[in-house]
Design a protein around this ligand. Structure first.
Ligand code: NDP
Length: 272
């Protein structure tokens, strides 16, 4: 049976085996997908061992996405620009790296009927997650993509990698006061109960607010956005399923349907 794994540290919380097994069932594919906890010093060795054991592909999660990039023989443009890899394929002796996080986000936004073409988009954060979504967001042709981060120099450095006039960089406190069509929180602030300190004037009822973090309840950012009057708030569970679907397609050459899996995952999350 074809073997796939997700490598990370920590990894117990991973929902990827549930998602990929559901995809395999719905597309009649026979495969196994498991988690592997990797001690920090062992990443490269564990991947080598998995390939030697006949592994077909792998997902890579925190904190190994940058190290995964370094072991690839070939990289997609997305992965190269993101500087991070979340999907490895092992093809006739070669390691091929891709990054499907951005595609997962865009797929989820479109599935939620969020208009991207011609929209003013604010992306908060300049870490691995933000890096991975810039190119797929620009590919949707927004009118502007504003990047803001706590450490402004990181956002500036990041924007220099992308040759786009649409990309502008600010600190949280000097973003021009005009409501956005879409605000994406790609910071990890919600994980510690915090909210990026942006002006309330950036949100009105028509501003869609998206948090890459997800959970049982609304994240702090989404709860705040709702208080400011945003009528549409979306968490990152759909992005998680979307990026998994894109990895599955790379490995199996078939795009799985995501809605049913997302619904069951939401129910599972609420029960846990
Ligand atoms: P990184 O650690 O690479 O980056 C963290 C980012 O958050 C940086 O921009 C950092 O700013 C900012 N930040 C952290 N704490 C705060 C705070 N209190 N206030 C304001 N900004 C803050 O993380 P990733 O980019 O890899 O991940 C970001 C989030 O996205 C994570 O919570 C992760 O769970 C989620 N994610 C979700 C995915 C999904 O499929 N739903 C996929 C990938 C990620 P600074 O540069 O100043 O330190």
């Amino acid at each position: 049976m074809d073997q796939y794994r997700v490598f990370g540290n920590p990894i117990k919380q991973s929902r990827s085996p549930f998602i990929h097994q559901a995809f395999a069932k719905s597309t009649d594919q026979i495969l196994s997908y498991q988690t592997e906890f990797v001690p920090l010093e062992d990443f490269e060795l564990r991947i080598k061992n998995f390939i030697a054991d006949g592994g077909k592909g792998a997902n890579i999660t925190v904190p190994f996405k940058e190290r995964a990039l370094a072991i690839c023989d070939k990289l997609s443009e997305r992965a190269q620009l993101a500087g991070a890899v979340n999907t490895l394929s092992f093809n006739s002796g070669e390691i091929v790296g891709d990054n499907t996080d951005g595609l997962g986000l865009v797929q989820d936004l479109l599935q939620n009927q969020v208009k991207l073409r011609g929209s003013r988009v604010l992306l908060l954060g300049a870490g691995g997650a933000a890096k991975g979504v810039i190119l797929p967001l620009l590919a949707q042709n927004p009118s502007a993509l504003v990047l803001a981060n706590r450490t402004v120099s990181k956002a500036e450095f990041l924007s220099e990698q992308f040759n786009s006039e649409k990309l502008k960089v600010y600190g949280f406190d000097n973003i021009p006061h005009q409501p956005f069509d879409l605000i994406i929180n790609a910071t990890s602030a919600s994980l510690s109960g915090n909210i990026p300190p942006i002006s309330t004037q950036l949100i009105n009822a028509n501003t869609v607010c998206y948090d890459m973090v997800y959970g049982k309840q609304l994240t702090p950012f989404l709860a705040w956005a709702k208080q400011q009057g945003s009528l549409k708030v979306i968490d990152g569970l759909g992005m998680l399923v979307g990026q998994a679907a894109e990895s599955f397609k790379i490995w199996r050459d078939v795009m799985p349907e995501t809605t049913t899996v997302l619904q069951s995952l939401r129910i599972k999350l609420e029960k846990d």
